[in-house]
Design a protein around this ligand. Structure first.
Ligand code: THG
Length: 268
């Protein structure tokens, strides 16, 4: 399972100010430890309404690329399409990931050509600007639109990560299993199966802190069983990373080898 580290985020109390002040050190340190924790990709999240978005994304990409090698993928997370392109332009090490487009046809007509031009992977939310997806069927209809537009613009379906959009358990309890079923159905849309991604922490947002890990670990396990490919999550959480690895062993995607046992025993 591809873990996309979530913590370089303007909402964060320490990283937000560092981003605004263009203070590289805390961001670079966080990039390094998140990769050391096992993340193969780093989310760079500008958050909503950043007025100097393009300049900030450009700076963020350059700043993070200074301290990671070319095996690490940068996942540019912004709703500002000008900031997205400014970031994509300066990525040099590993092909980038666009996070994200939604399923509006006119939005896809802007983002898919960008993915093609910059040879980027792209996360596509299975929702439209009309609002949050009601159920599994609505998400599948949106996925079909995403795939159609990808083909129209020459973006390989293997470059797409479908995101069902996880809603907080406290707001939409009935929706969690809809998301699990959606992950299962996404795969049937193509052969080889379509990839998928979730923002894992969305599930426990708004719940008491003591509940976060149990919801995160359990939901990741359920999604992993259903075929999830990637998760935006906290790679500094050793237990979460162990859960992700264990899922791979149970799915027979990783050799049940001495290295895995060592890993677990050392941390226990
Ligand atoms: N899908 C896609 N992208 C996404 C999401 C998604 N990007 C944003 C979000 N959802 C996933 N990313 C985060 C990033 C940070 C936190 C939660 C989700 C977070 N941060 C605090 C921190 O950094 O320490 C934690 C405490 C707090 O709430 O302040 O929680 O669904 N495609």
């Amino acid at each position: 399972m591809l873990i996309i580290a979530e913590k370089i985020n303007i909402m964060s109390k320490t990283i937000g100010p560092a981003m605004r002040e263009r203070n590289a050190k805390p961001i670079q340190d966080l990039a390094i430890v998140q990769v050391a924790g096992g993340a193969k990709a780093l989310d760079l999240n500008l958050g909503p309404g950043t007025k100097d978005g393009p300049e900030m994304m450009e700076w963020l990409v350059k700043t993070v690329e200074e301290v990671v090698d070319d095996s690490v993928q940068l996942c540019l997370d912004t709703k500002n399409i000008v900031a997205m392109e400014a970031g994509l332009k300066v990525v040099t090490k590993h092909k980038p990931m666009i996070n994200s487009t939604n399923a509006d046809p006119d939005v896809l007509d802007q983002y898919m050509p960008m993915a093609a031009t910059y040879d980027a992977d792209i996360i596509a939310l299975a929702m439209t600007s009309a609002g949050i997806p009601r159920d599994h069927n609505e998400r599948l209809e949106n996925a079909a639109m995403i795939m159609m537009k990808a083909m129209e613009h020459g973006v390989g379906l293997d470059r797409i990560y479908l995101d069902p959009l996880v809603l907080p358990i406290g707001v939409a309890q009935q929706d969690a299993m809809e998301v699990v079923e959606t992950i299962r159905s996404f795969q049937v849309l193509n052969d080889p199966p379509m990839k998928s991604v979730v923002g894992l922490s969305n599930i426990y947002n708004g719940t008491p802190k003591e509940l976060h890990t149990r919801f995160g670990y359990t939901f990741l396990t359920m999604l992993g069983a259903a075929g999830l490919t990637a998760a935006i999550a906290d790679s500094l959480d050793k237990d979460l990373m162990a859960v992700a690895k264990t899922i791979e062993v149970l799915k027979n995607q990783m050799l049940y080898a001495a290295s895995y046992l060592d890993d677990i025993l050392v941390k226990a």
